[in-house]
Design a protein around this ligand. Structure first.
Ligand code: ASP
Length: 311
């Protein structure tokens, strides 16, 4: 199977991924952090947009599963010479990769890639479209922290307009029984938000009764050439920035990274106990190992088989 949207997975698939991730988390605690599960398989990470966490964790995930891993970035590849996405994928297809993990600045680019490859395609972020593996690692981080997801209350705060994380998380969190709401200035909510069928608030008082505040990064790099949706970052952080004083005792904070200290949250909050930000990163490696296994595992009408992990 491909993993393009969080909607490609059922709740049973997500539970299977949690079970796999538990095993892979245990592998990460061993002195030798490697299992032979994907020996002989080829993973190509194609990153046409900047990334730290996602690329590193997919690269490590592939290596810890013993796959052959190749990383391609737009700068330094033929993409910078004008090669089209189709031609890049057809070229790489000659190497018969098993999995293509792809990040691209255009919505739908990963779905398009599935037309030109026999490999399983994993969406590692497509423009302001989706980021399903971020959603899965966030769910896993919450599951490790709270034990159960059902009935948990989460507020997603900030730049929903350009956030692929918000889109995947609203749908994925709700699928797993989480009570999710969006909070932020109306100018940072996308047109047609009513169709998401999720409560939207424009005041931080909507955070009072939630268990988790999930902060989004202000994605100004996607705002180029448009009217800025907020007057200034200083103004944004004054009204919407989270500090320890704005958090109720017991509440936790999440963020997909990279964080902007002093914009979405204060530096002392990022470094404090309620922050799950590094826990998310740790969860991400185990989850991405699980994803690489899961997309190659047999699904109805599909091969090929891979060995049971951790055998
Ligand atoms: N790292 C996340 C993403 O790639 C969030 C962000 O960049 O703000 O979408």
């Amino acid at each position: 199977m491909h993993l393009i949207s969080i909607d490609d997975l059922s709740t049973a698939d997500i539970e299977t991924l949690f079970r796999l991730s538990d095993g892979f988390l245990e592998v990460a605690s061993r002195p030798i952090k490697k299992v032979p599960t994907l020996r002989g398989r080829t993973l190509i990470n194609m990153f046409f947009e900047a990334s730290t966490r996602t690329l590193t964790s997919f690269e490590l995930a592939g290596k810890r599963l013993s796959a052959d891993v190749v990383n391609i970035k737009a700068s330094g590849s033929s993409v910078s010479k004008g090669e089209s996405l189709k031609d890049t994928i057809l070229t790489l297809e000659s190497y018969r990769p098993d999995i293509l993990v792809m990040r691209h600045d255009k919505v739908g680019a990963c779905r398009m890639a599935t037309r030109y490859t026999n490999a399983r395609v994993v969406n590692a972020g497509d423009g302001s479209g989706e980021h399903p593996t971020q959603c899965l690692l966030d769910l896993y981080s919450l599951r490790r922290t709270y034990g159960s997801l059902e009935g948990l209350k989460v507020a997603i705060v900030g730049d929903v307009l350009r956030s692929r994380v918000a889109r995947s998380n609203v749908f994925g969190f709700r699928k797993m029984g989480i009570d999710v709401r969006l909070v932020g200035p109306p100018t940072l909510m996308p047109p047609g938000i009513e169709q998401w069928d999720v409560p939207v608030y424009d005041d931080l008082s909507a955070l009072e009764d939630v268990d988790v505040v999930y902060l989004l990064r202000m994605q100004l790099e996607r705002a180029k050439g448009t009217v800025p949706p907020v007057p200034s970052l200083r103004e944004y952080s004054r009204i919407w920035g989270l500090s320890p004083q704005r958090l109720r005792s017991g509440q936790r904070v999440m963020h997909p990274g990279p964080i902007n200290r002093g914009v979405e949250l204060t530096g002392d909050l990022a470094d404090s106990a309620p922050s799950l930000i590094l826990h998310q990163v740790e969860s991400g490696l185990a989850v991405r190992m699980g994803i690489l296994y899961h997309v190659l595992a047999p699904h109805p009408g599909e091969g090929p088989l891979v060995e049971e992990p951790l055998a």
